[in-house]
Design a protein around this ligand. Sequence first.
Ligand code: TXA
Ligand code: MG
Length: 330
Amino acid sequence: MRTIILKPEKSTYEFCASLISDGSLVAFPTETVYGLGANAYSDEAVKNIFAVKNRPCDNPLIVHLAGKDDIMLAAREITPTAEKLIKEFMPGPLTVVVKKNPKISPFATGELNTAGVRIPSNPVAREFIKACGVPVAAPSANASTRPSPTEARHVYDDLNGKIPAIIDGGKCEIGIEFTVVDVTGDIPVILRPGKVSAEDIRRVCGDVMTGGGEEKPKSPGVKYRHYSPGCPCKLLRYGDIEYIRETAQKYAAQGNKVTVICYDDTAARLMGINTVSLGKDNYSAAANLFGALRRAEKEADIIFLEKPREQHLQEALLNRMLKACGGDKA
Ligand code: TXA
Ligand code: MG
């Protein structure tokens, strides 16, 4: 199969909607990462996603909608907690887990009776989903375990020859995935940290809980290896220039090609060491992280990642970085 990359325009939306209604897959941009979409009502189409990505089939997919009016296309019941969060944050950086509409394929939700639902704010995503006329089930459009794709090129690198089309909407603005919150009960439970923080949710709902626990994760995806580059990757203390330099030099002296992924001000003080930039703050770090991992792995034998600074997005960034390093502990 040839994979074509298409510009976001009317004829593209029409063509890609026809692919979706034929049961094919289309990769599309969102404000977080690129998604790999299929008709969420079709068992066959959804099964295709798991095959192409090599994704474990008990890891449920997020169901994407074009707008709030469509929420019942994916949900069976909306609790008052869900309603508050939908009103405040959608379209925007949040996925809510709700009781699912029975038309959603059980293969999309890992046979759970809930579905993660999100309305992207990215206009290309919404035009595409609107043209499809059905909810679009989509995980991130990377091969399973690889860093999530934040540019059309990243999708192409992982899935060329396996899917018919990629809609190229440029670089994703946010760059890390959304917050996932279970709102099937009275108190919202954060299953995956993201741009909307626990504080944001508490402000709207009055209460919030974090984590589904490692033993029996409520969000099955959190138990799998994720975001891994093709070489070992280790975290280093934020802003500790001497320590970062010494560590990089120690590994280089052992004959390793070393790349340090760090903030601009750190990079400026690491003369002579190969660096890839996270930009100046946590917003740019989120937008650059997955692309930086993909760039660094091309050359490096080992990657060092500077930990995120204390600022908005710190927890979400640290979560992705720990996973890139193959663990959940610092
Ligand atoms: O920003 C995003 O969320 C991107 C874009 C493409 O929308 N999508 C994404 O999908 O990151 P994925 O498959 O990489 O992550 C989905 C996460 C997984 O951790 C999964 O376990 C959780 O959402 N999830 C989905 N449906 C769920 C459900 N019904 N109950 C609990 N967790 C669910
Ligand atoms: Mg993913």
